[in-house]
Design a protein around this ligand. Structure first.
Ligand code: PLP
Length: 411
């Protein structure tokens, strides 16, 4: 950080403060991770200077021969990592990846079946505040009241009744596996596209610890900064047949010049995710989530759906009589960053919510294991239930994070 400190002390101070915040707090937001110094190096590189509208070998600017190599490497690594026929690595984010995928396959006014944001679906799957809910006629499906798992009978009934052009699966707050084979069958029955939004789970797919949607879905959208542990960004996988439609939808329909520094960083992340160490990491992420959910349950919270198959834990706070917004605030005061989150059939509005969502990707990247997960569960429960315990909890958080420092040698 020292060149920046000399050049722009005000922004250098922001970077230092954020590094300190990440180092000395517990980062339990399920969509966050700890990108490697190699990923950060690619992000902070002169590739940011280069305009490269178009695709490798077909650019609208001169001087793209070098950055073409970065994109070709990223595409080849993504295809190999996920066994996909085609990869587009240009989406700026998961949201623009979804926008491009819808643009490639749908027309405004088409009917789409998607998981309700109130049951864990993402706002790009049909929220009225987002383009998806304005441009398409979105029919929401949800989870069963008794199991809190996707109600595939309901999905099929709705598909037969509404004949959607597309079925979207994948979520932001669903701790269980999605049965892509069943959804493929339903999509085939009604002649719909199947889009899997693997934003959250793609790193676990790369690590081989959850089943891949690639063999079943026509299109898979993803983010590179969550479980995949790369730079902030998005991507799309699809069949060779759909490749031209997807590529045209990303550029020029939805985006302009690609961020070549981010694409280089995505290539680094795909390379890292192909290594055996990453598979071991992905396994530990899920093991840690299972340990965390069991410990939270032992401390008195109710795990939504009874547990987790992924990196993500959704806990119902009603047994301890605290709402999600209060829990989020009290945890923050104790140095624990997590999200309030609606639980299925939540009586509270989303701004309050009855649940919290926790994830293990970041703390697992720090090297934390089962003992740390039990300590985290105890800290969270005390923070939620006892606002007077802040000083002792801050010390316990400090002890955990000092033992597992983020960016040990940076800064
Ligand atoms: N899709 C899902 C399922 C997500 O959880 C998210 C982000 O949380 C997105 C899409 C959007 O990703 P981004 O924030 O990169 O736009």
């Amino acid at each position: 950080l020292s060149p920046l400190a000399r050049h722009d002390p005000e922004i250098a101070e922001v970077l230092c403060d954020e590094l300190e915040r990440q180092r000395h707090g517990l980062q339990l937001i399920a969509s966050e991770n700890l990108a490697s110094p190699a990923v950060l190096a690619a992000l902070g590189s002169p590739l940011t200077n280069k305009y490269a509208e178009g695709y490798p070998g077909r650019r609208y600017h001169g001087g793209c021969e070098v950055v073409d190599r970065a994109e070709q490497i990223a595409i080849a690594r993504a295809k190999r990592l996920f066994g996909a026929e085609h990869a587009n690595v240009q989406p700026y984010s998961g949201t623009t990846a979804n926008l491009a995928a819808y643009a490639a396959l749908l027309r405004p006014g088409d009917t789409v079946l998607a998981m309700s944001p109130r049951h864990g679906g993402h706002f790009t799957h049909g929220s009225r505040a987002n383009f998806s809910g304005r441009w398409f006629d979105v029919v929401p499906y949800g989870v069963r009241r008794d199991t809190e798992r996707i109600d595939y009978d309901e999905v099929r009934d709705l598909a037969l009744r509404h004949e959607p052009k597309m079925i979207i699966c994948g979520a932001a707050a669903y701790p269980r596996l999605v049965d892509h084979a069943v959804l493929r069958g339903i999509a085939d029955e009604v002649g719909a596209w199947l889009l899997a939004d693997a934003a959250h789970t793609i790193g676990l797919v790369a690590g081989g610890v959850v089943p891949s949607p690639v063999p079943y879905a026509d299109v898979v959208t993803f983010t590179t900064h969550k479980t995949l542990r790369g730079p902030r960004g998005g991507g799309i996988l699809c069949t060779g047949e759909l490749a031209p439609r997807i590529d045209r939808a990303v550029f020029p329909f939805v985006q302009g010049g690609p961020m070549m520094h981010v694409i280089a960083a995505k290539a680094v992340a795909f390379g890292e995710a192909a290594r055996p160490e990453f598979a071991a990491y992905a396994r530990r992420v899920v093991e840690n989530a299972r340990t965390l959910v069991a410990a939270l349950e032992a401390e008195g919270l109710r795990p939504v759906s009874g547990g987790t198959d992924t990196h993500l834990v959704l806990a119902d706070l009603r047994p301890v009589g605290v709402d999600g917004a209060t829990a989020e605030r009290r945890c923050a005061a104790a140095g624990v960053t997590l999200d309030r989150c609606p639980i299925p059939f939540d009586p509270e509005p989303p701004s309050v919510a009855s649940g919290i969502r926790l994830g293990t990707p970041y703390v697992t990247s720090q090297g934390m294991g089962p003992d740390a997960m039990k300590e985290i569960a105890s800290i969270v429960l005390q923070a939620v239930g006892n606002p007077n315990a802040v000083t002792s909890l801050l010390a316990r958080v400090r002890a955990l994070t000092d033992a597992h420092p983020a960016y040990r040698n940076e800064g």
